[in-house]
Design a protein around this ligand. Sequence first.
Ligand code: B4P
Length: 190
Amino acid sequence: MLNLVLFGPPGAGKGTQAEFLINSFGLNHLSTGDLLRSEIATGTELGLEAKSYMDKGELVPDEVVIGMIKSKLASNKDAKGFIFDGFPRTVEQAKALDKLLKENDTPISGMLSLEVEKQELINRLLSRGKVSGRADDQDQSVIETRINVYNKKTLPLIEYYKPQGKHFGINGMGTIEEIAGRLKEVVGKF
Ligand code: B4P
């Protein structure tokens, strides 16, 4: 079983490259961002709570996202493996994920960390904002907040996975195809 964490700052290409990994390796996709946006779209209580954080560029509380992942893992017990996209985003979430995967004895195989320059992140998100209607992609100050939150709360995860030999840095600059090729080379070795 292959369980991968697709990691990187907002706009690094996580969602984009997840598509490619699903197709190439037959894994299930678990994106907390997509799950939260679907809760917002259907107007659930969870969605309403999440929206207030997401629109400001802040992280949704750990217990909310951990609960969502827990129920998705429980309802996909036959999966060949998962791509965790945008999760974990805090050390607390990583510890909770390890605990959940331990119950099935299927630990994380690797953390694929997409590395992209800050100005490129801003350009990508602002250009998505013009077509996607995503509130958090339309305002440069919200994008800056997301990048700052990433640096403060999410980046320390590299130091969580590194000592376990699970951190793989990948150059996330270039075309979507070039980056997919780099990912394929790393994942092919697992
Ligand atoms: P996410 O949905 O995870 O949003 P994201 O970080 O911007 O990543 P995304 O996958 O959408 O973008 P991508 O890099 O693929 O999270 C949104 C919010 O939800 C968070 O801010 C937070 O509030 C909340 N949330 C989610 N998970 C959480 C968690 N675990 N804990 C707490 N809160 C959580 O790509 C961006 C754009 O770049 C796309 O338009 C794409 O087309 C473009 N692009 C990609 N690769 C490119 C390339 N090589 N060249 C040019 N453009 C490229």
